[in-house]
Design a protein around this ligand. Structure first.
Ligand code: GLY
Length: 386
């Protein structure tokens, strides 16, 4: 893997090392404080909430474990493995309950069980990961060549969403690439690539922006319509979705070598870069109205991770474009959203789940996770959870 750190200027290397060191110091403290939790956000005092008993199948329940495995990989300290395995055990309950699981099993099991297996050889992690990959593969709709996103309520028949696919799923399909490699069985990879092809064709617009939700006829596979989803409205440009598209296609390229995936990742990246505001802070939707205007730090962190992966894949002359944009986004987060001290449990504030919700600009665990992943990469890490 390309040592992306070598392409940073000296000043940025010093900055990246400093931020990575501050993240490690914070995690050394907060990992122990929150060791029995699976945080999603924090309360008004900055204390982590806990999804352990409230919602074991919540889609973000892999990110805290992922942060701990990144720390384990960086430090070799067994305390991180021990704490991370709490998430894996809670996810077992979710696997057993089954009904609340949907396409986000990649987000849940790649940063936990699969990371555990890859880093420590834990066979339980392999079994859990393969189980999750089979669930994901089972959601494939062969007529439309897409992976179904969400469920009907408790799998009751008749819901309108049986033909829905969403851009976020590009981050789940690396679980299928991993399972194919692990089992030497091409079926999982075939499903992942068919899904990625469908997304390339039906989600990505000519200007490089992406739809969030596309509905297909579940019987014929015909595209029916698109929805604004977590963005402002139909046809708008939900920034976290642009981040999932940018990073997701870069990952599909990494796992398959298929040039169209890299070209698509670059097209989305060019659109994203062209829309970064002057202050480097990313809105919830690139097409949201002037008021109310909300920001989303998580979109910036995700896009930065994807931009770094694109930079690894392109030639010398192109690297700067993607790497400089990533550094710009991460510096804005470092300066305006990050908390490295013990005043709160979270690292990155300023996240937004979607445009149309009451709460905006609050800490969300995947903001912490992707900021950490990006900064560790800039500081020299070559470990990729996805
Ligand atoms: N995958 C759901 C979200 O990005 O909010």
């Amino acid at each position: 893997m390309d040592m992306i750190r070598d392409y940073l200027c000296e000043k940025d290397r010093v900055w990246a090392d400093g931020v990575a060191a501050r993240i490690k110091a914070k995690l050394d403290w907060v990992s122990v404080k929150s060791k029995d939790k699976i945080p999603y956000t924090a309360d008004e005092n900055g204390t982590h909430d806990d999804k352990t008993n409230v919602d074991p199948s919540w889609w973000t329940n892999g990110f805290w474990g992922g942060m701990l495995w990144l720390m384990y990989r960086e430090t070799g300290d067994p305390k991180y493995a021990e704490i991370a395995r709490h998430s894996e055990e809670v996810l077992d309950l979710s696997m057993e309950q089954y009904y609340d699981l949907h396409h986000d099993v990649g987000f849940m099991w790649l940063p936990t069980a699969v990371a555990d297996y890859r880093l420590t050889g834990n066979e339980d992690g392999r079994r859990r990961g393969l189980h999750a990959a089979n669930l994901l593969a089972g959601r494939f709709n062969p007529a439309g060549r897409f992976i179904r996103a969400w469920n009907n309520e408790a799998w009751k028949p008749g819901s309108g969403n049986r033909g829905w696919a969403i851009i976020d799923c590009l981050m789940n399909i690396p679980l299928l690439y991993w399972a194919s490699d692990e089992l030497d069985d091409p079926r999982f990879r075939q499903i992942a690539m068919l899904h990625a092809d469908t997304v390339m064709e039906n989600f990505i617009r000519p200007d490089g922006s992406s739809n969030h939700i596309v509905e297909f006829d579940a019987n014929t596979g015909e595209m029916v319509t698109s929805y604004g989803g977590q963005g402002y409205e139909v046809g708008s440009s939900w920034t976290r979705g642009q981040g999932w598209a940018l990073y997701g296609f870069a990952l599909s390229y990494l796992h398959t070598g298929r040039q169209e995936y890299l070209d698509t990742a670059k097209r989305v990246a060019h659109y994203f870069i062209a829309n970064i505001p002057e202050d480097g802070m990313i809105p919830v939707d690139f097409r949201q109205p002037a008021q109310p205007a909300y920001k989303d730090s998580t979109a910036a962190a995700i896009a930065a991770c994807g931009l770094i992966e694109i930079a690894r894949q392109v030639g010398e002359f192109e690297k700067g474009l993607y790497l400089n944009a990533a550094v710009r986004l991460l510096k804005a987060l470092d300066e305006k959203c990050c908390h490295y001290g013990e005043e709160c449990d979270y690292l990155v504030g300023g996240g937004s789940g979607c445009y149309h919700e009451e709460r905006h600009e609050y800490p969300i665990i995947y903001g912490d996770y992707f900021f950490m992943e990006a900064m560790f990469k800039l500081a020299g890490s070559d470990f990729l959870i996805w």
